[in-house]
Design a protein around this ligand. Sequence first.
Ligand SMILES: Cc1cc2nc3c(=O)[nH]c(=O)nc-3n(C[C@H](O)[C@H](O)[C@H](O)COP(=O)(O)O)c2cc1C
Length: 172
Amino acid sequence: MNYQELAHKRYSARKFTEKAVEKEMLDNILEAGRVAPTAANKQPQRLLVVQSKEGLARLAKAARFYQAPTMIIVCVETNATWEREYDGKRTGDIDASIVTDQMMMAATDLGLDTLWLTWFDPQIVRSEFQIPEEYEPVNLLAIGHNGAEPASPSRHEKMRKPLKETVFFEHF
Ligand SMILES: Cc1cc2nc3c(=O)[nH]c(=O)nc-3n(C[C@H](O)[C@H](O)[C@H](O)COP(=O)(O)O)c2cc1C
């Protein structure tokens, strides 16, 4: 499968089987996140992998993740993120999202299903997992085995805007 095929194949899964994600697969996914680019190579990501029944039950208080058996809470250590001198913009959200995306695509490549979530209550995540004050939970990544009919790779023809609506050359 080449990258275009992989990108078209990936979809947001909202039904997973109970089957655990194999350790070698998880290692592979985490490695894809490890090598992700981050601004100034600061690598501010701090990942919390949650797979225990008890941990997943605590995370379920903060987000709806459809009983996925593996959840990764992607945090950034805010003080470790790069800051743009001109306006003070910090790249933590961007770095966390590149790491999340690389892991999501690696999981897809392994034949696993994923769901990226930002709809979660950060205060509950913080308190349930004693997330240090200087860390910010940015994304949740749900990973598991497919539990329903996968979305069609050709759905993008209708579900995505044509390039001419989002890409401009030389001027807007
Ligand atoms: C930054 C981001 C946040 C998202 N947050 C959620 C979420 O909290 N819950 C959810 O069910 N889906 C979430 N999604 C999934 C999107 O709704 C989904 O990617 C989009 O509708 C396109 O569908 P597809 O992924 O199946 O192609 C999120 C996706 C992204 C990229």
